[in-house]
Design a protein around this ligand. Structure first.
Ligand SMILES: NC(=O)c1ccc[n+]([C@@H]2O[C@H](COP(=O)([O-])OP(=O)(O)OC[C@H]3O[C@@H](n4cnc5c(N)ncnc54)[C@H](O)[C@@H]3O)[C@@H](O)[C@H]2O)c1
Length: 430
C-alpha cells in the first residue's frame, strides 16, 4: 500500500519505518525541514533501539522517503496517518492545532478516495473534527473515511512494541473501512479490536489513565509505608502477586513523566469535565504524581539542612530508561530545585545529556556515574537505567564526600548498601 505519514516524531517515524519494513511504500512528511533533511541522510532525531538500522535499510531499499511537501504525498497515498503532536493547553485541554493543520493540508490536496487515520492521541470527537476540516478545505467533493487507530508503543522499546503490539485498536465508521487497516496490520498477527471511532479514541486515554492510576496508587501506599514503618517493596510485590492486580506498574518511586501520561491524564479529566462528569479520581492521580519530585528533594533537604555548598550526583536524566526524551522528566524538576537551593549538580545519563544541556546549560555533565559521584555529598538516582544497577559501590563510597544515596526508583538492595556503609534513603522503604 502507499502510505503517507504526517509527522515524523516518535510515533510517526516508528510507524513509517515499520510499515516500510512490512513492504509498503511509505512517504513520511514533516514541517520541520531540518529533521526531514537529516532523516533523508539516515540521521535519527531521537534515540530509539533498532530505529536507525530499520530506517537506513528501508531508505537503501527505496521503501521509505522523507519530505516537507505534505500535499504531494497526500495525493499519492491510499492511507494517510496523522501522527503529529497533541500537547496540553491550559486546564488539561488538548491543543489540536497540529492535527487541524494536518487535516487542512489533507483537505486541500485530497484527489480521490483515501482513508485518513488519526494515530495521534486525540480527545473524543476529533475524528468528526478532522472530517469537517477536510470537507471545508477540499476543492471538489471527494469520498474519504476517517479512522481512529491509537498508538500504544512505549519510548525505549518503540520498534519492538510496534512489531509486537498487545493489541491493535481500530475505530472505523464501517466494517469495510476497518478492513483497510486490518489488511495493513494482518502480518503482525496481533489481536485486533474493531470498534467505532469515539470508543477507539477513548480506549487510548482510558489505558494510559489506568496505568497512571496504578503508579499513583502504589506511590500513595509508599508514602503510607513511610508513616507506618512498612516496606513498599515487600508490600507491592505481594499485592502484585494477585493475578487480578498484576505486578506491572506497581513500582513506587518518583512517579510518571514523559510526553504522554501527564498530558493524557489531564486531557481525559478535561474531557470528563466538559461532558459533565467529575473525575475526582484522576485529579488525585495527578496530584500524587505532581509532588513526587518535591518529596525526594525534601528528603535531601531534611538530611543536609542547607544545600548550599553541597555537590550532588544526579544519575539519569531522561524520563525513563532507553530514551533521550526529557519531556516532563522528573530530573528537570529535581535539578532546578537543587540548584535553586544553592547546590551544585553533576549529572550523568547514557544518552540524554545533549538534550539536557539545552535546558540546563550550567549543570556539570560528566562522562560516567563515577565522575558524577566524585566529591558528592550524596548520589540521587532519578532514572533507572540498567547500567546503574551494576555500579561498583565500594568504588563509589571511596570517591564520595559522604556515602549517602537517595534512590528515587527503589532499584538498589537496601540491606546490601547499608551493609557496605551507605546511608540509604528510598521511596517508602525502611
Ligand atoms: N511518544 C510516545 O511514546 C507516544 C506513544 C503513543 C502515542 N503518542 C501520541 O502520538 C502523537 C505524536 O507523538 P510524538 O511523541 O511522536 O510527537 P513528536 O512531537 O515527537 O512529533 C510530532 C511531529 O509532528 C510534526 N508536525 C507537527 N505539525 C505538523 C504538520 N501540520 N504537518 C507535518 N508535520 C507536523 C512535528 O514537526 C514533529 O516532528 C501524540 O498525539 C502523542 O500523544 C505518543
Amino acid at each position: 500500500m502507499r502510505i503517507c505519514v504526517i509527522g515524523t516524531g516518535y510515533v510517526g517515524l516508528v510507524t513509517g519505518a515499520v510499515f516500510a519494513d512490512l513492504g509498503n511504500d511509505v512517504y513520511c512528511v514533516d514541517v520541520d525541514a531540518e529533521k526531514v533533511s537529516r532523516l533523508s541522510k539516515g540521521i535519527m532525531p531521537i534515540y530509539e533501539p533498532g530505529l536507525e538500522e530499520m530506517v537506513k535499510r528501508n531508505l537503501t531499499e527505496g521503501r521509505i522517503c522523507f519530505h516537507t511537501d505534505v500535499g504531494e504525498y497526500v495525493r499519492r497515498a491510499d492511507i494517510i496517518f496523522i501522527c503529529v503532536g497533541t500537547p496540553s493547553k491550559n486546564e488539561g485541554e488538548t491543543d489540536l492545532s497540529q492535527v487541524e493543520s494536518a487535516a487542512k493540508d489533507i483537505g486541500k490536496n485530497i484527489n480521490g478516495y483515501k482513508v485518513v487515520v488519526n494515530k495521534s492521541t486525540v480527545p473524543v470527537g476529533t475524528g468528526d473534527l478532522v472530517r469537517r476540516i477536510i470537507n471545508e478545505n477540499e476543492k471538489t467533493r471527494v469520498e474519504f473515511d476517517v479512522v481512529s487507530n491509537p498508538e500504544f508503543l512505549r519510548e525505549g522499546s518503540a520498534i519492538a512494541d510496534a512489531l509486537n503490539p498487545d493489541r491493535i485498536v481500530i475505530g472505523a465508521p464501517s466494517k469495510n473501512v476497518a478492513m483497510k487497516l486490518i489488511e495493513l496490520y494482518a502480518t503482525l498477527g496481533a489481536p485486533m479490536y474493531i470498534t467505532d471511532v469515539v470508543s477507539a479514541e477513548l480506549i487510548k486515554y482510558a489505558s494510559n489513565s489506568y496505568l497512571a492510576t496504578k503508579i499513583s496508587f502504589i506511590n500513595a501506599i509508599a508514602d503510607l509505608c513511610e508513616l507506618a514503618g512498612a516496606n513498599i517493596t515487600d508490600v507491592a510485590r505481594a499485592v502484585g502477586a494477585d493475578k487480578r492486580i498484576g505486578k506491572e506498574f506497581l513500582f513506587a518511586g518518583l512517579g510518571y513523566g514523559g510526553s504522554c501520561f501527564p498530558k493524557d491524564i489531564a486531557s481525559l479529566e478535561h474531557t470528563a469535565r466538559k461532558l459533565g462528569y467529575e473525575f475526582g479520581l484522576l485529579r488525585s492521580v495527578m496530584h500524587i504524581n505532581d509532588i513526587r519530585a518535591h518529596k525526594l528533594v525534601s528528603k535531601v533537604d531534611n538530611r543536609f539542612k542547607t544545600l548550599e555548598g553541597h555537590s550532588f550526583a544526579v544519575l539519569g536524566l531522561s524520563f525513563k530508561p532507553n530514551t533521550d526524551d526529557l519531556r516532563e522528566a522528573k530530573s528537570l524538576e529535581i535539578i532546578e530545585t537543587l540548584v535553586g537551593k544553592g547546590a551544585k549538580v553533576k549529572a550523568y545519563d547514557p544518552v540524554a545529556m545533549e538534550k539536557a544541556r539545552e535546558i540546563f546549560p550550567h549543570v556539570d555533565y560528566v562522562e560516567s556515574p563515577y565522575d558524577a559521584a566524585e566529591g558528592a555529598s550524596a548520589l540521587i538516582l532519578v532514572t533507572e537505567w540498567r547500567e546503574f544497577l551494576s555500579l561498583d559501590m565500594e568504588r563509589l563510597k571511596k570517591i564520595m564526600k559522604s556515602p549517602v544515596i537517595f534512590d528515587g526508583r527503589n532499584i538498589y538492595d537496601m540491606e546490601k548498601l547499608k551493609g557496605l556503609g551507605f546511608e540509604y534513603h528510598g521511596m517508602g522503604r525502611h
